[in-house]
Ligand binder design. Structure first.
Ligand code: BGC
Length: 465
């Protein structure tokens, strides 16, 4: 039987675990940087290559297409070759994509291929990093440690805005913007080289002695027998086939993962992350520089509120953060729509719009931002964890792409207020989805979560184990 809260898992992590989480989270930083940097780079690329608006959209979305591909191919790879090796592989792809691909591009197809390659690395890293961290983290601080990844994503976005701003004076600036990503990519690769493999993955592949050595090192104690036994017990009940995900016992986990993946995107976060300067201009910020400054403000709020979320996630739990976050996002989107419904002559429009947008991002940052990636790293059985996460990640990037390419069209067809109300309505729908279907994983070991599904219990009963 799986013991509830084995002592060694209850203990706080050794410093080593923090280092492993921080280094692997550089993968998250690259995710944020490489998705954010295009908003500045595109202004130059457009001029240099004289892009039509269709070509501009293709260049913009090529990274997302790559991420969808990465999400699909990454799952089996992480289960087969291990989380650590996959993260090292992404660091190589990130570096090659940044240097030989995007920053040296002499023509548009070269640039697009470079961005697709970077996207593939993003797609793989986006779920492999939270997966790796959740498998090395002790139960008590797992939420916070996995959240380092989301924090790194938000820092990467702000850094990309700042680098974009700093290099915008130079005609070659866009090349520099892409090339800068090679620095964290190299540190990620070199750092991960020195980090251990995930002990859970090692056990799932039969390397029990190696796993024991890793656990002793990362837990800072020799008392790791309970944890090893729990992991081995959990594995006995798994077939290792992805079909298992469709079995009635695991269907709730599949629905939760895919449902959250889609909702994280259709509630509109990336309309703000990718189009904030345009939204601020709609709201009456006349100069480009004031719109860009307000955008940096959005990025900073995203970082700060993610830190708040990380402090709370292991104390108040995942569900309350999601529910409070979604309620706040819904209200902020309704307010944003109302602001755009006001006369454009009104002085209040700019202020109400800016404040609503900041509140919206703040509520995303404490809930849907970190908690989606955390939950999908927790709810799947070990043998198919990588593959199952890649399914959810595929939906996340797929809908990211859909929202990115439809936003401006929706504004044209529906109008500004109605578009934001649509995202608001979808946020309200997601609130109910979370309320009825999403489990509370706080304080549960990954093996306890697996045992819960195997016992055929309802997701909501999990917090009450
Ligand atoms: C989402 C991204 C988003 C970012 C913003 C992530 O959790 O998956 O799509 O751009 O948060 O902070």
């Amino acid at each position: 039987m799986i013991q509830v809260g084995s002592t060694n898992q209850q203990a706080g992590g050794s410093r080593f675990v923090y280092i492993a989480a921080a280094i692997s989270a550089l993968g998250g930083m690259l995710f944020g940087y490489d998705t954010g940097v295009i908003s500045s780079a595109i202004l130059f690329i457009k001029k240099q290559f004289m892009l039509s608006s269709t070509m501009e959209e293709i260049v913009l979305s090529s990274v997302l297409i790559g991420a969808v591909i990465g999400a699909v191919i990454g799952g089996r790879l992480t289960d087969r070759f291990g989380r650590r090796k996959c993260i090292i592989a992404t660091s190589i792809i990130f570096t090659v994509g940044a240097l030989a691909g995007a920053s040296m591009a002499q023509n548009v197809p070269w640039l697009i291929i470079g961005r697709i390659i970077i996207g593939v690395a993003i797609g793989i890293a986006s779920f492999t990093v939270p997966l790796y961290i959740s498998e090395v983290a002790p139960v008590k601080i797992r939420g916070k440690l996995v959240g380092f990844n989301q924090l790194a994503v938000t820092v990467g976005i702000v850094v990309s805005y700042l680098v974009g701003y700093a290099l915008s004076r130079f005609a070659w600036g866009w090349r520099g913007m892409f090339a800068c990503a090679a620095i964290p990519a190299l540190i990620l690769g070199l750092g991960m080289f020195r980090m251990p493999s995930s002990p859970r993955w090692l056990i799932s592949r039969g390397f029990v002695d190696k796993a024991r050595a890793v656990l002793k090192r990362i837990r800072g104690t020799d008392a790791i027998d309970d944890e090893v036994r729990d992991i081995q017990e959990g594995l006995k009940q798994q077939s290792g086939s992805l079909k298992e995900l469709l079995s009635p016992l695991l269907k709730p986990a599949l629905v939760v993962g895919i449902g959250l993946a889609i909702s994280q995107q259709v509630t509109g976060i990336n309309t703000v992350i990718y189009y904030a300067p345009i939204i601020f201009q709609f709201a009456g910020f006349k100069s480009v520089s004031s719109a860009i400054l307000a955008t940096v403000g959005v990025g900073v709020v995203n970082v700060l509120m993610t830190i708040v979320g990380l402090h709370l996630v292991d104390r108040v739990g995942r569900r309350p953060l999601l529910l409070i976050g979604l309620a706040g996002m819904s209200l902020s989107l309704i307010a944003l729509g109302m602001a755009f419904n006001m006369s454009t002559q009104s002085h209040m429009l700019g202020w109400i719009a800016a404040i609503s947008l900041m509140c919206y991002v703040a509520f995303f940052a404490i809930g849907m931002g970190p908690v989606f990636w955390l939950l999908i790293s927790e709810i799947y059985p070990l043998r198919i964890r990588g593959a199952a996460m890649s399914v959810a990640t595929f939906f996340n990037w797929g809908f990211n792409l859909v929202i990115g390419i439809t936003f401006l069209t929706l504004i044209k067809i529906l109008g500004r207020p109605e578009t934001f109300w649509l995202y608001g309505g979808l946020s309200i729908g997601t609130w109910f989805f979370v309320y009825f279907l999403v489990p509370e994983t706080k304080g549960r070991s990954l093996e306890e979560i697996e045992a819960h599904w195997q016992a055929g219990k309802h997701p909501r009963a999990m917090g009450k184990l």
